[in-house]
Write a protein that binds this ligand. Structure first.
Ligand SMILES: *[C@@H]1O[C@H](CO)[C@@H](O)[C@H](O)[C@H]1NC(C)=O
Length: 275
């Protein structure tokens, strides 16, 4: 059963251009002067809750860039799950196939960060791992009518693969972000990915090559292309990215504008100014 019961008002006739099949996680962040030892209780100086999950983050970003987006995922029938659904709706995202289950808690990332920025993170994927084949079948019409479908690896990999395969066979452009990377990725992921987009450390894990420069990334991209992708993008932080497609014989380095890094992960802007 879909959680929301009804799609948002603006959704009644419209088809989502971007469908994300992926994860929703709640970040529970405590800031402390140092990390606790085993059995120790210490005081932290700040706590906040954030909306996360690679899938939900990508979906929110697509919506903010102006796409009609739909989030296919599973959260718990708990307050974190309900907050996620509310947040997706606030971002104009269809939650028609955002499922809520009683059988597991909403995925969480409990994060402790010390003053040096070192951290300890525990991820409990929870409800994310209960997203199943039946859920995908229910969402089949929205998946097959999308322009683009995006998947990552924070739900059961077999489900990501099934979603990509469904979309691919319906002619939907598939974007796969193999994050967090696994070394023995099922080779079928490459053939059902129109765009295979990973970062430098994921490219290293997948290819076994060292990726420290745009030239290295070009070599890794070629290896990934040989496995069947149509387009490979390897992101390189300040160095931009390297792209390789079937239509071009050499990898292309796309540079980016230098920006002052505010945060590479999850820290909200207000924290930067207070520290
Ligand atoms: C690449 O992505 C992974 C998640 O799969 C993340 O843990 C890692 O920090 C990223 N690496 C870089 C260099 O951005």
């Amino acid at each position: 059963m879909a959680a929301s019961g009804e799609p948002g008002r603006q959704w009644q006739e419209e088809v989502a251009a971007v469908v994300v099949v992926g994860s929703c996680m709640t970040d529970l962040v405590s800031l402390t002067s140092r990390l606790p030892k085993t059995g120790e209780t210490i005081h932290g100086h700040k706590f906040f809750i954030g909306f996360g999950g690679k899938g939900a983050n990508q979906c929110v970003q697509a919506a903010r860039l102006g796409a009609k987006a739909s989030m296919v995922c599973k959260v718990g029938k708990d307050s974190f799950g309900s907050d996620h659904i509310e947040n997706l709706k606030q971002n104009d995202i269809s939650t028609e196939f955002t499922y809520q289950t009683k059988d597991a808690a909403t995925g969480t990332a409990s994060i402790i960060v010390n003053n040096e920025g070192q951290n300890i993170v525990i991820i409990v994927a929870g409800a994310n791992l209960l997203l199943n084949t039946e859920d995908l079948r229910e969402a089949a019409s929205v998946i097959s009518r999308a322009k683009v479908m995006i998947c990552q690896l924070e739900v059961t990999p077999a489900i990501s693969l099934e979603a990509l395969t469904m979309a691919h066979s319906s002619g939907v452009k598939t974007v796969f972000n193999p994050a967090p990377a696994i070394a023995d990725l099922d080779p079928r992921f490459y053939t059902v990915s129109d765009v295979f987009c990973c970062n430098e450390s994921e490219a290293e894990i997948l290819t076994g090559l060292t990726v420290c420069s745009p030239a290295d990334a070009g070599k890794a991209a070629l290896v990934l292309m040989e496995r069947g992708c149509q387009v490979v993008i390897i992101t390189l932080g300040a160095e931009g990215c390297v792209m390789q497609s079937r239509t071009e014989s050499v990898p292309k380095h796309i540079v980016t504008e230098k920006v002052k890094t505010v945060d590479t992960t999850w820290r909200p802007a207000w924290l930067q100014t207070q520290e």
